[in-house]
Structures are given as C-alpha cells and as structure tokens.
Write a protein that binds this ligand. Structure first.
Ligand code: MN
Length: 424
C-alpha cells in the first residue's frame, strides 16, 4: 500500500504553525483524555491540535477500513497496532485525506470538525502503549568507545564482540513513564574508591539521549525476522531518556550489566511517529567494518536523519542545550537490532519497546550523556544562569527534543521532559 499520507504538497485545513513538529505529513499516534471526556482514547497530533480518533470512528469516518472500531477507545495503542503495518498505514492515509484542505468530506461539516479537532492544550497525554518487554541496545560506536575509555581502558574501549553484533540487555518496562512525570533521585549502593560500599542517594544521576521503536506483533516463537522484513514489524519511534545513576552502575554492573542504575525510570515522548512518516528522511548508516555475518547484512538506507537534543533547566530557570546529536550516527540499525533480537527464535510482541542506546556523535558537543559531556565530571558544563553541572541536580528538568527536516517538511517528536526531585 502506497504511503499517500506523506505527499509533501498536502496542506491541512487545521492550522499548523511554522516549524511545528506536527504537520499533516506526520500524524503521530498517542493516547489522551480531556476534562470533558475523561476516557483515554486514541489521538493524532496535527499542528497545535489533537484529532480524536474515537470521535471520528463514532461519526463513521473509518467505517470502510475493515477495523474493529473499539481499538480507538482503547486505553493503549496495542489493539490498533495488532492490525500491523497495513492497518496503521490505512488509518494514517485516511486521516491525511480527511484533513487535507482540498477535501470537503469532513471540513464541510463544522459540527463534526468541532467534535474531532481538540486543542492540544486541553489534552492530557498518557503512556501510549502497554509496553510488554523493553530491550536497550548499546549501538552507538562513539558512546561505547567513550564509556569503554572512561570505565576501563582507552586502548581497548570496545569489547571484541561490539563490532560483530548489536549488544543489548533486557530492561524493565514497569518504570517507563510519559514526558512530564517527575522522578525522585534514586538511592542505592555505591562504592567509593578505596572504601567499603555505602548506601544513599545517587550523586551521579545522568540522562541518556536515546530513541526507541515499538514493534507490531512479531513471528511465533522459534522463528526469526530478517533485516529485509524488519521494517514491516516496526510501528514507529519515540524520544527516550534512559535515566542512569552512574555511581550505582559502576559498582553493580559486573558481570551481568546494568540493573538498579537504570530501572528506576525512563522517560518517553507521548507521540509515536510512524516509521511510514519517517520514510522521506532515510539516510545511510555508518559503514560497517568488519562486514557483519549474513543475517545482519541489509540492503539500502536504513537509518534516519533525526536531529536530537538534550537541555537542562534549573528550577524556574531557562533551558540550556547541552547536547546536539543525530540518530544517523547509530552504527547498528533498527533492522539489524530486530534481526539480531529474533535470530535465536525469541518472539517479539505488539507493544514491545527497543531503545537504541545512548546516541553520541563524533564531536564533544554531540555526546549523549553527562558522563561523556563532562568526561565523568572533570569538565563541568556552564548553564545560562552561570551555575555549573557535572551531573543532574535536584529540581533540574531535563528535556529531550527531536525532529527530521527535508525540503521544507519537518516531522518532529515533540519532547520528553522529566524533573529530578530530591531523594525520598
Ligand atoms: Mn541506555
């Protein structure tokens, strides 16, 4: 099925401000409620509005799509995602047609427009997916090299497996939260140099600049998804801040990897931008040397040119951008991650989340964590208010933003923000 929704010539009759993340070519999916109707339901962002898909369905605008219309009044996107790529593509194509300025079908009925076009300011966003399993990869060569240099040995920063497979670990989904949810500084064991372990609030709370992707229902257990098939199993992407407590991490991570240093919270953006909407922004990923094994090989451009940034704002203070990176720096692509994840027969399900790992670029201002940006605290960053940061302080708000832009079309992700409150 053609992705007619991506037509760059389209304009919507719904106002879209210049530089909006949500033009009619985006149409990302989320779950929201309003004061007037507190039932969580499926919505799509358009400019400064939210399109109420439950209301559109009730008015009959999806009647011929062959879908169970109850999926739009679901509290999560999982039910809708079970229709797979053809289902969500058909919904998005229909929405693009309905909201096209050249089409009077909906536009001509002012009452209907009033019922389905809501102000984003009146909408409360929910975690959009019931996340089954969450996997975090470690796929940025620059990040893995920086961390390997800081924690171990600059001469052998990458472990021998790193250039041969997308390293990852199974994370925890229960503490993945929606943008705007505050987090208490985590407590745990830390081991000062040359002293016994101590317990207390982490002193080294950090962000990790990542992006996540959600899967459709995969194949039955025992089967694998190839790199060629992988895009058909990916619904869309979000911004993802994988909060990390570096002092807890350093002491606990041997030999099984991160545990309590990572599972206290991860913040995601509320809108899932479909892989379909990102299609025009495809670019090549870094060349891979050595050539990976056959099951990890792929044809064509499989990365995306997505600008991503992180900023820190002290309480009641201004944002300071501390990092500008890009998704295209990722060494291992999403199709390779999914092929690797399933090559042993592991089954992925509708609503599983895979995160990229911290996305660091080649320059010092493109590193995706404070650990790297301040080189473990040895080079503090200066905020706009003159204060310095080595890591994240209490009452700091950390905000991730991201967008792709080409030929005058900007497809954005909004933001993923979280405030660190003092330890409980
Ligand atoms: Mn991570």
């Amino acid at each position: 099925m053609h992705i007619s929704a991506n037509d760059p010539a389209r304009k919507s009759f719904v106002h879209v401000p210049e530089n909006s993340d949500f033009p009619i070519q985006n149409l990302p999916f989320g779950i929201f409620h309003t004061a007037n109707n507190t039932t969580p339901r499926v919505g799509v962002a358009l400019g400064e509005s939210v399109i109420d898909l439950a209301a559109l369905a009730a008015l009959g605008y999806f009647n011929d799509l062959g879908l169970d219309l109850a999926v739009f009044t679901s509290e999560t996107l999982n039910a809708m995602m079970r229709y797979g790529k053809s289902g969500t593509r058909a919904i998005r194509n229909r929405l693009a047609d309905l909201f096209d300025a050249a089409n009077q079908d909906l536009q001509g009925n002012k009452e209907h427009v009033e019922q389905v076009v809501l102000s984003q300011a009146d909408c409360v966003m929910h975690l959009p997916v019931q996340i089954g399993d969450y996997t975090d990869f470690y796929s940025s060569r620059e990040h893995a090299t920086n961390v390997g240099s800081l924690f171990r040995d600059p001469a052998n920063a990458l472990f021998p497996n790193w250039l041969h497979l997308p390293v990852g670990y199974h994370g925890r989904s229960s503490s993945i939260i929606i943008s705007g949810t505050p987090i208490h500084r985590p407590k745990g064991q830390q081991k000062p140099d040359d002293a016994d372990p101590v317990f207390g609030p982490s002193k080294l709370v950090d962000f990790e600049l990542e992006m996540g992707f959600f899967t459709y229902e995969g194949k039955p257990m025992g089967e694998s998804i190839t790199t060629e098939e992988a895009e058909d199993y990916i619904f869309g992407m979000c911004l993802f801040n994988d909060w990390s407590a570096r002092d807890i991490q350093k002491w606990e991570y041997v030999p099984l990897g991160p545990f309590l240093a990572k599972n206290f919270a991860s913040t995601m953006s509320p809108w899932i931008v479909t892989l379909d909407a990102l299609e025009p922004f495809k670019v090549a990923s870094p060349e891979q040397d050595p050539t990976p094994l056959d099951y990890l090989k792929f044809e064509g451009d499989k990365s995306y040119d997505i600008n991503i940034s992180m900023s820190i704002a002290p309480e009641n203070g201004e944002d300071t951008v501390v990092c500008n990176s890009n998704f295209k720096f990722m060494y291992w692509t999403m199709v390779q991650q999914l092929a690797h994840h399933t090559v042993n027969g592991c089954n992925v399900r509708s609503g599983d989340l895979m995160a990229s790992g911290t996305i660091s670029g080649p320059t010092e201002d493109s590193y995706g964590s404070m650990l790297e940006l301040t080189w473990r605290g040895s080079k503090p960053l200066t905020m706009k208010d003159g204060t310095e940061r080595k890591f994240i302080q209490d009452n700091d708000t950390v905000t991730m933003r991201g967008y792709a832009e080409k030929d005058g079309i900007r497809v954005g992700f909004g933001e993923a923000a979280g405030k660190i409150l003092p330890a409980k």
